[in-house]
Every structure is written in structure tokens, then in C-alpha cells.
Design a protein around this ligand. Sequence first.
Ligand code: GRG
Length: 303
Amino acid sequence: MSDTLDEFMAQCRARCDTGLRLHGGFGGQLAQVAGLADLEAALDYALEANGKRIRPCLLYAAGRAITATADLDSALDHPACALELIHTYSLIHDDLPSMDDDDLRRGRPTLHKAFDEPTAILVGDGLQARAFELIADAPGVSAAQKVDMIRLLASAAGPGGMVGGQFLDIAGTGRPLLLDELQDMHALKTGALIRAALSLGAIAAGASASQQEALESYGEHVGLAFQVVDDILDVEGSTVTLGKTGGKDALANKTTYVSLLGLAGARETAEHLLDGALEALEPFGESADMLRGLARFVVNREA
Ligand code: GRG
């Protein structure tokens, strides 16, 4: 993998899409079991969705910052797909009527709209379990690396990470949040999986403790920047470009970086976070160029 950021991202997405098809899905096997054809169809619907795959891109880029071994990418495929499975499950559950109650995701009807609510809950549960199975089966990494990755992903996705952030978000709905509360909630809800992308790539590539620390700091900055920009796009983007319902935060009266800081203040915060992310990469040379490009991509994206 190499060359420009666009080419790098296209290659990461292609690897992730292929991996999800080959290892995330069941290749028609579930449909052979009496009564499970609809479950497999719903799983395939979730896996075929047109996501940006930004977390897998970060994971592959973190690996590349550490080492340039020829078989690196094949060692990163399973962790990258596992992370995307967890992310996809979180979006499916977030869209449920009892959570954010949304009809549109990734430019298509949400899973509970295309199928039904129990199926959407079970598909989310299934994707989550499948993620850990994928890491356990990962080629090209040691048993110790697998255990470290499973522990890290479980912790990032669980109550001390993404689930905790989602809980804080729901609990905080309907009352104004202070900037610190907003930041703490997003550091868990969105930030935990983004930080996990960097750490999983680092573990699979055999990073030293100091390299892991630098990547974690980069991940913290990029994770928050991702959310600040998400809040900006919710105001500035259209439902068509976003592929999900725009303007929802204001309608739901949610505290966001834009509601607290204004559009210009939120944009400035995103730029500061970008500077912090780039600074965290100072110990790395050119090998971290894709991470630099991805941080800029996260801050300048339009969807
Ligand atoms: C239900 C346990 C549970 C958690 C849900 C991540 C999350 C927690 C909810 C998503 C709500 C949301 C829209 C958060 C804003 C940031 C975010 C995660 C956006 C979606 O990620 P993208 O833009 O999506 O990477 P794609 O579709 O490109 O993968």
C-alpha cells in the first residue's frame, strides 16, 4: 500500500470491504440453517453498507507508521474488520427507536426500517460477537498480540468506553451540558473506538511503549476533532451529502460544540485539535505521513 492519501484510503477501504465480505459475513452458510436466511440477509445488509471506513484507515496507517514489513497489511486485516464490525453494530443500535430513532444511515434505510427492530438488535449483537471471533482468528499475529487486541477492543467498546459514552449521551439529553461534560461524553462515545484504531494497529505492528503512547495522543486529538466536525456538519451539511438525517442535534435540543462555541469557535477548536494530533506524530518521520493526511481529512471532511 502506498502513494497518495486518496490511493491509500481507497486501498484500505477495499481491503476492509473484502475482509468484511470474506470473514465478517457467513457466505451463505447461515442461510443453510432452517429459519436463519433472513438473519443472514440482514447481516449482509449491514456489512454491505457504504461507510467511510475511517477507523480501518487509521488502523492501517498506524501500522504503517511503525513498520514497513511486506505482510503487515494482512496482519492488520482482521483487526481492521473487527473494529468496523463494532462500529457498524453501534450505528445500528444507535438508530433504534429507543435510542436516536433514525430512518436513514449511510444513505439507506436504517436496519430496523429495512428489516425490523428485533432483527436490528440481534444483528448488532451478532456483529459485536463476530468482531472478537475475527481477532481470535487473525493470521500473522502472536497469541499474546491477539489477547492484547481483544482486551483493548472489549474495553474500548464496553461500559468504560463507547457504551458508557452512549449512556452519558442519553442521560444528558434534555439538559444543557457544560463543555467538560460534552468532552468527557464524546471521548467515550466516539473517541474510544478511534483511539482503539490506533492502538490495535500499534499492537499488531509490534509498536514500542513510547510509540503506542504517541499514537494514543494522536488518537485522542483526532477522536475529539472527529466529533467537533460531526457537530459542524450536522449544522452545515445536507441529509443528501451526509447520508443520514442532518440538523438532528438542534431539533433534539442537544448540547454540541456548535451550540456551546458557535460555528467559528467549533471550527477553531477542530483546527487546534488538528495541530495537537500533528504534534503527537513528531517522533515519527515520513512513515506517519498517512496519519498526518488522515487527521487533515477528518478535520476537512464534508460527510
Ligand atoms: C449504541 C452502544 C451504542 C453506541 C453508539 C458511535 C455511537 C455510539 C453512536 C453514533 C452516533 C453518532 C452519529 C455519533 C457521531 C460520530 C459518529 C460515530 C459518526 C458516525 O461515524 P462515521 O462518520 O460513519 O465514521 P460511517 O457511516 O462513515 O462509518
